[in-house]
Design a protein. Structure first.
Ligand code: SF4
Ligand code: SF4
Ligand code: SF4
Ligand code: SF4
Ligand code: FES
Lengths: 588, 341
């Protein structure tokens, strides 16, 4: 199909919108409410274009192109309309630029510069609107929200529907539902799809900045599997670039005393979980299916919506909690440091971990194990704020006592990865105990499988049946909470189920860089599996320093306090709201 | 020729067009619904009789004087699609019209040959607050479905995917009335005009559709003696004409509102329009939600910022999601062009 955009002949496919065709051909059309993950809503009206023969302008995101169409994307009329619409949107968005972690990437600011939008002709009409905070994870700031509803749609896509559009016209407000049968599960998908950082993580970056300069603290950082393949996007590196080495350097430049890789913690999770699997495997009356629990959002979901499933969840702690425990006990001991002085900051692709870190079950000597949690976005903001030239940072390495984990740990960041990691170890454990002849200590017998490709991929729901040691294992993988209902009616069919709340797993997590789209998730995904492929050590149980820690904890009988956790039926999340009275300086 | 093809031919020959404001050819709409119903489950018919725009009262007049003909028109539509193809008929009214006219409509529906039709007809009363936006076809569908009252993205059009995703015919009572006339070869090319404001004989008149505004005012004895201007096609969205521009037909919903030129304070008038729009804006799209509010706000400023006002009006016309937002531009622009020197 041929059409003209800005007087240039262009080919598009039938059914594509003007916006899609233009972007494929490198023609820039601004957009705010458009997100390829979501159904087109076409309510910001910023993508307006002129179509020959049409009386009014058309929104490029919602208008399907037809052959012979002549489109102007940058005519004076178009530019004026965009400028006006942006100016109006600015009037509904209280600028908090000086405090906003989205400052360096803000599309609204970029567009307002590009279109020379006058921003002081209208007063801020949303001064005095409420900010709603969902436990300690996520917030929706009504003073900044311009009602595009992406968060509402993103939440609905998760199958939750916690956010609602209430009222009409200028009285419209995005707010949490009053329906007590619905609870936010902190996944942060709302924040990932908000174009103006009105729905965002509850920031911890300024608290971390403060504690970094405290004299009597040893502030250490640990970063999660999926952070390394996404952070580079914030600095213009190709999507999927593995920035492991630079991350160590950046964290040290920010002032962290030591840096750890949560992949090490993931290996602890795998070990604990695989052993639990084996325990059940040996019992004739075991509770099946076993379900993963390293995604705190999924745990929150189960605790609220399906408490009957809690006995199915593995009690293995999640990787960053494991590692924080190792840091505050084993590592502190070896280094002769006072654990009370150690402050652990997790850098994660996740908003739910902010909530998880505060869970009362996860304390050590009455203190939190993980003291602060930063999303990838907050981390990137700190790097930019401190003028660190990330692109040109040299690589460096972290704390030697704990390593960078196995390949199995790297794929924790992808849907199916947690299960595959556990299966690699389960296969080995089965081989060691079962009918197949155990091989030498480092060699694996040929039927000990390493890769489990059947649980990989970005499909919303995956299932497979394996035969290990002559017994069938039925597997189910839920990729994105919105797909949970697909497995619910047939849970009993399976032995092992993985659930990750975010589409794609943590590589599509609620704390990842904006934008995160299917194409971007795919690239991050490829990169994680490449890391795995290129690691010499690809199974958790081959991680010797991890095994040393693991053995030591068992020896000290601390398993219950450091390796396992418990779950309880939950009521509605803590919802707080307030009106921000501060007059914020306008830094532009 | 079959009876059903016959009615479509008659509608088409009579040249019937929608009378809610959009003037879409009736025959094309009916044909589209018929085609969409072909292989699908049954659809719906909606009588959109809840006019909410100031200065438009013709639906009330039609229900009052021609209830039987309106029902006959609905009946003809149902027969045209096939009774088994129509699941339900909704008669959409505001509270006042429901109180005044539902009794006579129900009486007609209880009689031959409409009993079966009456069985599947339901009255749907519009919530008071939603005067105008629910007149927008797709917003009306959302209202009946219990969703947030705001327009849907088009396509798909209601003729294909309307109420609950089924093909749906939505017509104004005037259209059903005209269909009934056309079926009996009695349609004379007339339409209903609502005349109000500075009028000596305000009311609803049934006159030829091709008259000019001046002819309508003179024939009804409403041509003012004082200096005046008119708003044609709706008391909010209608275009403004001065007394030298009256050789135009009265389009849209067919209303003529007469204003006293000397005594009309334009700021007050603009505030009146803009308050209406601000209240009626569903809030879905940024330009109409914010634009109506800011224009209203600009009217309070001592020094009127004409440039900014014009920019917002232009953007409303160019980029609104639905007709409500874009229709705001017509009165504002034409007032400046035609009345304010
Ligand atoms: S965090 Fe997740 S569940 Fe909570 S409001 Fe946002 S999208 Fe919905
Ligand atoms: S919070 Fe963000 S995503 Fe949600 S409606 Fe407001 S601006 Fe849009
Ligand atoms: S999938 Fe990952 S990023 Fe998303 S909520 Fe779960 S743990 Fe967090
Ligand atoms: S133009 Fe106004 S009424 Fe129409 S969709 Fe936009 S906000 Fe709603
Ligand atoms: S991006 Fe098209 S209307 Fe918002």
């Amino acid at each position: 199909m041929k059409l003209k955009i800005n007087n240039k002949q262009i080919t598009g496919r039938a059914g594509q919108t003007i916006l899609e065709i233009a972007r494929e051909n490198g023609i820039e059309i601004p957009s705010l409410c458009y997100h390829p993950d979501l159904e087109v809503q076409a309510n910001c009206r910023v993508c307006a274009v002129e179509i020959k023969g049409r009386i009014n302008l058309a929104t490029a995101c919602s208008t399907v192109a037809v052959a012979g169409m002549e489109v102007l994307t940058d005519s004076p009329r178009v530019r004026q309309a965009r400028r006006t619409n942006l100016e109006l949107i600015f009037g509904a968005h209280v600028e908090k630029c000086g405090h906003c972690s989205y400052f360096y990437d803000c599309e609204l600011l970029k567009l307002s510069r590009k279109y020379k939008v006058p921003i002081n002709r209208f007063s801020d009409r949303k001064q005095g609107r409420r900010t709603y905070r969902f436990d300690q994870a996520v917030e929706v700031d009504g003073t900044q929200c311009f009602d595009c509803r992406n968060c509402v749609t993103a939440c609905a896509r998760q199958g939750i529907n916690y956010l609602e559009v209430v009222g009409s016209g200028i009285n419209q407000e995005i707010r949490p539902t009053r329906d007590k049968s619905i609870a936010c599960v902190y996944c942060g998908q709302c924040t990932l799809h908000c174009p103006v950082a009105a729905a965002q993580e509850q920031g911890n970056w300024s608290a971390v900045e403060k504690i970094l300069s405290a004299k009597d603290k040893i502030v250490v950082a640990q970063f999660a599997p999926a952070v390394r393949v996404s952070l580079g996007e914030e600095f213009g590196l190709p999507v999927g670039t593995n920035c492991e080495g630079k991350i160590y350097t950046a964290l040290k430049r920010l002032g962290f005393a030591h840096v750890f890789d949560i992949n090490f913690g993931a290996d602890i999770t795998t070990m604990t979980e695989a052993e639990e699997f084996m325990d059940r495997w040996r019992q004739p009356q075991a509770v099946w299916p076993l379900m993963t629990s390293c995604c705190p959002s999924w745990v929150a979901y189960a605790e609220f919506y399906h408490p009957e499933l809690l006995p199915h969840l593995t009690t293995a702690r999640s990787p960053h909690i494991h590692l924080a425990g190792a840091i505050k006990t084993y590592w502190a001991e070896k280094k002769k440091l006072d654990p009370k002085k150690i402050v652990v900051v997790s850098i994660v692709p996740c908003t739910a971990k902010k909530y998880e870190a505060a869970r009362p079950e996860l304390k050590w000597q009455k203190r939190k194990l993980v003291d602060y949690v930063l999303t990838v976005r907050e981390f990137a903001y700190l790097i930019k704020k401190h003028n660190i030239d990330f692109r040109n940072l040299p690589d460096s390495d972290g704390e030697k006592l704990f390593n960078r984990g196995s390949g199995a740990a790297a794929i924790y960041g992808a849907s199916g990865g947690v299960m595959e990691s556990a299966l690699r170890t389960v296969a080995a454990l089965l081989a060691a105990t079962g009918r197949t002849k155990p091989s030498g200590s480092t060699e694996h017998s040929p039927d000990q499988r390493l890769e489990f490709k059947e649980v990989r991929g970005l499909a919303g729901f995956k299932e497979a049946t394996l035969v290990l040691n002559g017994r069938k294992i039925r597997l189910g993988v839920v990729n994105g909470l919105g797909n949970f209902s697909r497995i619910l009616p047939k849970l009993q069919k399976y032995h092992y189920i993985e659930v990750m709340a975010c589409p794609g797993g943590c590589l599509g997590g609620g704390g990842q860089p904006i934008p995160t789209t299917a194409a971007i998730r795919r690239k991050r995904w490829e990169s994680l599996y490449n890391i795995d492929k290129n690691r010499l050590m690809r199974r958790a149980h081959e991680n010797k320093p991890m095994l040393a820690y693991y053995a030591r904890i068992k020896e000290q009988n601390l398993g219950a306090r450091l390796l396992h956790t418990k779950f309880t039926k939950k009521r509605n999340p803590i919802l707080t709201s307030s009106v921000d009275k501060r007059k914020l300086p306008f830094a532009f | 020729m079959s009876k059903t093809a016959n009615i479509l031919k008659k509608i088409s020959e009579a040249g019937l067009v929608g009378r809610g404001g959009a003037s879409y050819p009736t025959a094309a709409k009916w044909a589209a619904v018929k085609a969409a119903l072909k292989n699908k489950k049954p659809g719906y018919i909606i009588v959109n009789g809840a006019e909410g725009e100031p200065g438009v009262k013709k639906d009330a007049y039609i229900f009052h004087h021609h209830a039987a003909a309106v029902i006959n028109g609905v009946y003809l539509a149902e027969q045209f699609f096939g009774a088994d193809k129509i699941k339900k008929i909704y008669i959409f009214l505001n509270r006042e019209y429901y109180q005044l006219y539902s009794f006579s409509l129900k009486t007609v529906l209880a009689d031959r040959p409409y009993e079966a039709l009456g069985e599947k007809t339901e009255f749907f009363i519009k919530p008071d607050r939603l005067t105008y936006i629910s007149g927008e076809e797709t917003a009306l569908l959302n209202l009946i479905e219990g969703k947030k009252v705001e327009p849907r993205r088009k396509p798909p059009y209601p003729t294909e995917q309307g109420l609950y995703g089924r093909p749906t015919l939505i017509n104004n009572p005037e259209t059903f009335y005209n269909v009934s006339l056309a079926a009996q070869n009695r349609y004379e090319g007339k339409r209903f005009y609502t005349i109000s404001g500075l009028a000596r004989r305000p009311g609803v008149y049934d006159l030829p559709a091709n008259l000019t505004v001046e002819e309508i005012l003179r024939q009804t004895g409403n041509y003012p003696a004082k200096a005046f201007f008119v708003q044609v096609g709706g008391g909010a969205s209608g275009e403004i004409f001065n007394d030298e521009q009256l050789s135009v037909p009265a389009e849209g919903a067919g209303s003529i509102m007469i204003y006293d030129k000397k005594r009309t304070d334009w700021r007050k008038l603009f505030k009146h329009w803009l308050s209406f729009y601000q209240e009626q804006s569903c809030g879905q799209c940024a330009i109409c939600r914010e634009g109506s509010y800011r224009l209203r706000e600009l009217m309070n400023q001592k020094q009127f910022n004409h440039k900014l006002f014009d920019e917002v009006v232009q953007s409303l016309e160019d980029t609104s999601f639905c007709g409500l937002g874009s229709s705001m531009a017509a009165p504002l622009k034409s007032y400046f062009a035609n009345v304010k020197n």
